[in-house]
Write a new protein. Structure first.
Length: 412
């Protein structure tokens, strides 16, 4: 039997799980401030959903989907991203619009695994469906910033661009196509295909020789229609006014077919940990997706953040957890300890009692292994004086606490 997890997956051991839970809690708290409610959709959907939304020309659909036929001959795929499932549910249940939804869960893409990139990865995402005004874009970006600040990540900048709409983009596409045709002999093989299928996607190319050429290419940002230009200008002005750190990046188009107008990415400015994986996530408007699904014309905007990237950016989690470890030193103290452990749990304080066959030294060893923040020692001396010896393993201090003051001390 193979005793290892499949390539591209990772186990969240207790210490990482605690950090994951902490991040998710911060996320829930932050998005609640902006009126978002949770939605949970299936981990797999009909494959057709992703072909119609994520897009036939994207790497995600052509190379990275975990697709399979189930025992009932249904063509299904593990979700490579969260948005299509959420939009599908909004339409299926005819949710009243506008609606602000968030989700947290695993996504699946068959990619080359590297630091911060997995085949099974977790995303924290939001979708605002039914709001067209640029103020919504600003709120969403501000909310992302607030979330990173709440995590203690103050070095995050928003890279932003506009990719236009079905009115201005076709005109621009022709212009770009002409530029690419002129430079066809100098761009990479992948870009030659992109030039045919979806010219805008060439800006995603990682090849340096391509990037050098594209610096002189026409940019969608400079070729927006009047409405798109207006919308984008309001977003940029207001971001500056709210002092949200951002950077205009005309080369950023992002790898999904359904984006319109504002697109953005949250990027770490000094990322020793993440290296080339400095993006923590991103999003954009998708004003036509609902209509593409057969729904009414409905503007929308959302983003998705990578949990593993955020964990890398935060660094190794602290191993200390809220758990009090009680070590009685004799049988009399043990009887008292049994009562104390239940008193603490009744007061919502996590607690464990040392095995009576283990001595003080072994008990302290276990408390250390379990990463407890407190140890309570009860011996005959403590029993006589009606106190506990309380060791704070974080501050490395020790003091005697009157027995009737223990709960309020631990709750501080
Ligand atoms: Zn436009
Ligand atoms: Zn290229």
């Amino acid at each position: 039997m193979i005793l290892s997890n499949p390539k591209g997956t990772q186990d969240f051991l207790p210490q990482q799980s605690r950090q994951k839970h902490w991040i998710e809690t911060k996320f829930r708290e932050t998005v609640a401030l902006y009126g978002f409610s949770e939605i949970v959709t299936p981990v797999f959907e009909h494959t057709e959903l992703y072909l119609r939304s994520t897009g036939l020309s994207t790497d995600i659909v052509t190379k990275q989907m975990y697709s399979f036929v189930d025992k009932g001959n249904r063509e299904l795929s593990l979700r490579p991203e969260g948005t299509p499932g959420v939009v599908r549910a909004v339409l299926q249940y005819q949710l009243k619009l506008p609606v602000r939804l968030f989700y947290i869960g695993p996504m699946y893409r068959y990619e080359r695994p590297q630091k911060g990139r997995y085949r099974e990865f977790y995303q924290l995402g939001v979708e605002t469906i039914g709001e067209a005004i640029p103020e919504t874009d600003i709120e969403i970006i501000e909310m992302g910033n607030r979330f990173f600040n709440n995590l203690g990540l103050s070095n995050v900048i928003t890279k932003i661009n506009s990719v236009g709409c079905p009115i201005c983009r076709p005109k621009f596409r022709n212009q770009l196509k002409m530029f690419l045709d002129k430079n066809l002999s100098d761009i990479c093989e992948d870009c030659k295909v992109r030039a045919e299928q979806n010219p805008l996607r060439v800006f995603d190319c990682k090849e340096e020789k391509c990037q050098d050429i594209y610096r002189d290419a026409p940019k969608i940002t400079d070729n927006l229609c009047f409405d798109c230009q207006n919308h984008f200008q309001v977003v940029l002005n207001e971001l500056a006014e709210r002092k949200i750190p951002f950077e205009l990046n005309k080369m950023m188009v992002r790898g999904l077919d359904y984006y319109t107008r504002t697109t953005f990415e949250f990027v770490l400015t000094d990322s020793k940990e993440l290296g080339s994986q400095d993006s923590l996530g991103g999003g954009g408007r998708y004003d036509n997706l609902v209509e593409d699904f057969g729904g009414p014309k409905t503007p929308a905007i959302g983003f998705a953040l990578g949990l593993e990237r955020i964990m890398l950016a935060l660094g190794a989690p602290t191993s200390i957890k809220k758990l009090v470890y009680i070590i009685p030193l004799d049988s009399n103290a043990y009887q008292h300890g049994k009562q104390l452990v239940s008193t603490l749990r009744n007061a919502n304080i996590p607690a464990m009692l040392n095995n009576p066959e283990k001595n003080l030294r072994a008990g302290l060893g276990t408390a250390d292994t379990l990463s407890c923040n407190y140890v309570i020692i009860i011996g005959s001396n403590e029993m006589n004086k009606k106190v506990y010896t309380l060791k704070d393993l974080v501050k490395r201090t020790q003091q005697e606490i009157p027995q009737d003051k223990i709960i309020e001390t631990l709750k501080l």
